[in-house]
Structures are given as C-alpha cells and as structure tokens.
Write a protein that binds this ligand. Structure first.
Ligand SMILES: C[S@@+](CC[C@H](N)C(=O)[O-])C[C@H]1O[C@@H](n2cnc3c(N)ncnc32)[C@H](O)[C@@H]1O
Length: 266
C-alpha cells in the first residue's frame, strides 16, 4: 500500500444536513459528563467528526467546551468531503478551532473526545462496529467517542458513550415542551439500535417501558412536561431498569442506561 493510499480518509461522503443549535443537548451532556476527562488531559484535543455542510455545530461545541470546561480546549472538525473542509476555513480560529479532511481513522489525531453525530445514520448497520473500532483505536488513552443521532432541530436524540472496550451507555434526550410521547425517540436511536426496536430486543422493551410510564404519568401533565418526565423516569427505575443518571439530568429531558440493558440480543 502506498503512503497516499494509507492516508485516504475512511468512510464515504453523505448528506451534509446540519443546523445551528442542533447538537446543544449532546453538547451540554458532554460538558457535564466528560469535563473531568478533558480537564485531566495534557492536550485537551477534541474531534468533531462529520460536521456537515457548514461548520456551525463544530463552532458551537468548541465554544461550549471553552466556556464550560477549559478555555484552551482544541477542537478539530474533520470532514471526509474536501469541499466542506474548504467551506469551513473562514470559521477557523486557530489554535482552538481548525478544520481538516479526515474519516474514521481521525487523520492521525489522538483526541481525548470524539463527537460523531448524524454520521453513522447514513451507513449500514453492519458498518457500525468497524467504524467504532477504527475511531476508538485512534483515541488518546482513556479517550471516548460520543456517537449518536438527532432530528433536524435537535429536539429528539440518542447517543452512545463508547470507549476502547466498546459501548458503555445509551442516553435518550428530548425537548420536553414538544414531546408527544417517548415512543418518538425510537426514530432517533443511534444506528446500532435503530433497527432493533422490535419485539425481543432490549431497546424495544426500554422504549415501551418509558412510553408506558409516560402514559401512566398523565396526571402529572397538569404540572408541566418536566414533572411528567421526572415521574416517568422514576417509574422506569422503580420497575427495575438500571437508570444511571439522577434527577438533575432527568429534568433536562434525559435518561441514561448501561449499554448492557439495550445491546442487540441477536
Ligand atoms: C448529516 S451530516 C451531520 C452534520 C453534523 N454533525 C450534525 O449532526 O448536524 C453528516 C456529515 O458526515 C460526513 N461524513 C460521513 N462519513 C464520514 C466519515 N467517515 N468521516 C468524516 N466525515 C464523514 C458527511 O460528509 C456529512 O457531511
């Protein structure tokens, strides 16, 4: 293999759809959940993989991490589409924010954190494990990958925290003011789970249980959707689901569970 062939970014160009503030839910979760890891790093390098047609969500992630975690965070937006790298150049603010061409191999970088959002959604489910392995192999020691999906406005989303040993947690998140019912989250599961919302699978049981708890909590709607969600997640936990996070995260419309509770069974 030639040097040029080795440097070819791994992956394929897909639709570049993005929107300002689309990823605020996962960004806020990253700030809350990954701050210690980033603060402890000698080189606080973060990669936003697949930022899309405009770099707006990469710019936002850098700003959120700089304000909420450490001002010297260094974010590199990687895109497999060279035209999107060129289009992002005016938004660069080196050394804190730069853009480059790269794929799942992460262009030779060794980041502490990778956010890859709405990237694997356009791949086949069968491609997911290799993509995870390639990305996690490139992380700095102790680094993590946050991989997931959301709707166009960021009102519904689901993401996985993945480290060198594989997926650790699933987080579901919704804008509660516009949530009809938790069943809507099924459409925005990460690629590894979206086709598993069928009887016999853990994620199907989870969505059904959360939806059932939401309907049982209907009387709490009088106090607003936040109270109803809080009640629903509490009920989920009471019925034996190993909910990992606490009410201060539930209040934001989130719930986090271990991967083992939802991992595909077949
Ligand atoms: C739908 S956009 C997502 C934009 C942004 N992350 C968001 O969530 O709004 C997906 C982007 O990922 C890029 N992409 C797909 N596979 C990739 C890969 N292996 N490495 C880097 N970028 C990739 C595509 O070119 C596309 O621009």
């Amino acid at each position: 293999m030639t040097g040029a062939a080795r440097r070819r970014p791994l992956g394929v160009v897909t639709r570049g759809t993005t929107n300002p503030n689309r990823l605020r839910r996962v960004d806020n979760w990253i700030v809350a959940t990954c701050a210690d890891r980033l603060r402890a790093a000698t080189d606080p390098l973060v990669v936003d993989l697949g930022y899309g047609a405009t770099p707006v969500t990469a710019v936002e992630l850098r700003a959120r991490l700089a304000a909420g975690v450490r001002p010297d965070v260094r974010l590199v937006g990687l895109e497999i589409d060279a035209a999107r790298v060129a289009a992002a150049a005016p938004a660069a603010d080196p050394p804190g924010l730069t853009f480059a061409r790269g794929g799942f191999e992460l262009a030779g970088l060794r980041p502490v954190l990778v956010r890859a959002f709405n990237v694997l959604r356009q791949y086949d489910e069968a491609d997911v494990p290799a993509a995870w392995r390639t990305m996690t192999a490139a992380l700095a020691p102790g680094g993590v990958l946050v991989e997931g999906t959301c709707d166009e406005l960021g009102r519904l989303g689901g993401w996985l925290l993945i480290d060198a040993d594989g997926p650790r947690t699933l987080t579901l998140a919704a804008k509660l003011g516009t949530l009809g019912s938790p069943a809507e989250l099924a459409e925005r599961l990460p690629k590894a789970l979206i086709h598993r919302n069928v009887p016999g699978e853990g994620v199907h049981d989870l969505i059904r249980a959360l939806d059932g708890a939401w309907h049982a909590a209907a009387p709490y709607a009088a106090f607003g959707p936040r109270q109803r969600w809080l009640r629903s997640v509490a009920q989920l936990r009471q019925t034996g689901w190993p909910v990992l996070d606490r009410p201060h995260r539930w209040r934001l419309g989130e719930v986090t569970l271990p991967w083992t509770a939802v991992a595909p069974r077949t």
